[in-house]
Ligand binder design. Structure first.
Ligand SMILES: C[S@@+](CC[C@H](N)C(=O)[O-])C[C@H]1O[C@@H](n2cnc3c(N)ncnc32)[C@H](O)[C@@H]1O
Length: 584
């Protein structure tokens, strides 16, 4: 699998054997440490962090520290070093594990943490991963829609989910090393030092310590939507009475909610989280799942609190496929799953499938193939085996992109995510609870899948929207249908959106016009260049775009073609040569 890093001077790789503490390098380097892939925190040896901290404290102040391990060990590492290093990125890497279970979600990712000793922003090269092509229609695996002019001909910027490579947890990760050499191949880094510690701190495969819980309560047989504070309302729900709790809390990252300050002091935020987490742990039935969705950094803290009350079950990575806006774009969320006592066999993995909706939610088109409807239909008619069962790495559920699918809420979830979670963790008739129900994505999905639902939402406005949408189900109307000309008031964008028909000239044509002027002038046009040489009024640019970066986006890149070129590999290398030539 190809990647391309602009202006990279590949780092030398030095394999350091023996004890990490005997190998301290004083120069600014990339220190890549491979730890065992522990499945449980209780199996991590106590001297591991003592040695690692000693090593980190003695390394150069400018060095980058990269840790490869299982998500559980990654959480523990972050908690143990939080006074010494800053976590810059949590990357999920596709991984083959041996322990394929037929009762649980197969594990299929590991964690690559990127950390530094200082708060400065992370320096790395602009790295792209090559497009992949559907073996059937030969078009790009991902459909880039009407935005092809904004993409690079080689591929997209690398994100924080590396599915383009696949490592094996017990082999040397040479594919990761190949990328890191280029990604950090810039000043001041001298070498990439690799410390494989897997044989030193051996994983002793300690199993979970399950506590016995006997009591379950089955007296909730009516759905309900509450308007109020979740902590207060949860107190009225009996112990051990819910089959699946799902929480998508405010992330405290300054989203514009109707009545909620999403930017409070972080310590206070977690104290508040602990209160509702404790309530959810109390009401979930033994063996059933409590799932929390949040950004990976916050899940570290949730993990710690929950593991004092419950048993860890799964760490799901949801690659929500955002647009590439930064150098390495954070594109994924974590969904951490806990059970009280031994987890029950997952219903969605073992039961007979009840409906087409459950079937499509629990199986996915293999990531080798594209998801274009006409291609899927042709593959189906030819009986091509293009489906696979889900694992704990979810990549084909997109966050809501179009206003036509959006209610008036700044961060509602896509229904397909909730269909999958509910189908996986529950059976028909089970009780599903969401304490942050927003405009009802969870309870509506539960309703459609014939589960009993309980939704709690603080905002009267969002609560009202969810009631309206549940009433639509009663009238046989799909609450998730497309609403044409829908312009929600709540959005996080700085530019007021216009109806499509209001654009006198499409945004794409305006961007391509800027590109034309750039080629003519031989430089990136300024605002006055566009007034002087452009064929469209400058007001269109002022009105339709967020900023000047968006105006010039097409002029900054090559644009892509959708079809696989027969000499694609040669093309990739010649592009690399062009970049090299430009350097000299
Ligand atoms: C991330 S959003 C959830 C969106 C939801 N998953 C959906 O798809 O519509 C978080 C929601 O929690 C609500 N909220 C914040 N504090 C709350 C509280 N103390 N009790 C109940 N809801 C609360 C906010 O109003 C917001 O709608």
């Amino acid at each position: 699998m190809f990647h391309l890093s602009e202006n990279s001077k590949k780092l030398n790789v030095l394999d350091k054997t023996g004890d990490i503490i005997d190998n301290i390098s004083r120069q600014p380097c990339v220190e890549f440490i491979i730890l065992p892939f522990y499945k449980n925190i209780t199996s991590i040896p106590s001297n591991l962090y003592r040695n690692l901290l000693n090593f980190i404290n003695n390394c150069n102040e400018k060095s980058i520290f990269i840790i490869l391990t299982s998500p559980i060990c990654a959480v523990d590492f972050c908690s143990n070093i939080h006074n010494h290093l800053f976590l810059k990125l949590w990357i999920a890497v596709k991984t083959k594990y041996d322990d394929i279970s037929c009762e649980n979600l197969p594990s299929s990712h590991s964690s690559l943490l990127i950390l530094t000793k200082n708060k400065d922003s992370l320096k790395h090269t602009k790295t792209r991963i090559a497009y992949t092509y559907c073996p059937y229609c030969k078009k790009t695996t991902k459909d880039y829609g009407g935005k092809k002019h904004l993409y690079h001909e080689f591929g997209t910027l690398i994100s924080d989910v590396w599915r383009h490579i696949s490592i094996s947890y017990n082999e040397y990760p040479s594919t990761i090393i190949d990328i890191l050499r280029d990604l950090f191949g810039l000043d001041p880094y001298i070498n990439l030092n690799v410390y494989d510690q897997r044989n030193i701190y051996v994983d002793n495969h300690c199993t979970n310590k399950y506590i016995e819980y006997k009591e379950t309560v089955n007296n909730i047989n009516k759905s309900n939507l509450y308007n109020g504070d979740c902590i207060e309302i949860l107190k009225s729900i009996p112990n051990n009475s819910i089959d699946f709790c799902f929480a998508d809390p405010p992330y405290n990252i300054n989203k514009k909610y109707n009545n909620w300050n999403d930017g409070i002091d972080i310590k206070k935020y977690f104290e508040w989280c602990d209160l509702w987490l404790a309530e959810l742990a109390r009401i979930i039935k033994p063996g059933k799942t409590l799932a929390i969705l949040n950004i990976p950094q916050w899940c570290i803290r949730h993990y710690h609190f929950l593991s004092s009350l419950m048993d860890f079950q799964n760490w799901i990575v949801w690659d929500a496929l955002s647009l590439p806006v930064r150098m390495i774009m954070p594109a994924h969320y974590s969904i951490i799953c806990f059970t009280k006592g031994k987890p029950e066999i997952l219903p969605g993995i073992t039961r007979k499938i009840n409906s087409m909706l459950e079937e499509t939610s629990l199986r996915t088109v293999s990531d080798k193939y594209c998801s274009r409807m006409n291609c899927i239909e042709e593959r189906n008619s030819l009986k091509i085996k293009d489906k696979e069962n889900i694992s704990d790495l979810w990549w084909n559920i997109h966050r809501i992109k179009h206003n036509s699918k959006r209610s008036d809420h700044p961060c509602q979830l896509p229904p397909n995510l909730m269909f999958r979670l509910i189908s996986l963790f529950t059976n028909t008739g089970d009780v599903v609870l969401d304490p942050f129900n927003g405009v009802g994505t969870t309870t509506l999905s539960a309703d459609i899948l014939k589960r009993i639902y309980i939704g709690i939402e603080l905002s009267e406005y969002y609560h009202g929207i969810s009631i309206k949408r549940h009433n639509e189900i009663l009238s046989n109307i799909d609450p998730f249908r497309k609403l044409h000309n829908n312009i929600p008031i709540a959005k996080n964008s700085r530019v007021s959106r216009l109806n499509k028909q209001c654009y006198i000239v499409s945004k794409k044509n305006l961007q391509l016009e800027v590109k034309r002027i750039k080629i003519e002038l031989g430089k990136m046009p300024t605002r006055s260049d566009i007034i002087q040489f452009g064929k469209y009024p400058i007001e269109y640019y002022d009105k339709y775009f967020i900023d000047w970066g968006e105006v010039t986006a097409a002029a900054k890149t090559t644009g892509m073609t959708e079809y696989k070129n027969s000499n694609q590999d040669t093309k990739q290398f010649s592009l690399f040569d062009v970049i090299k030539r430009n350097e000299h």
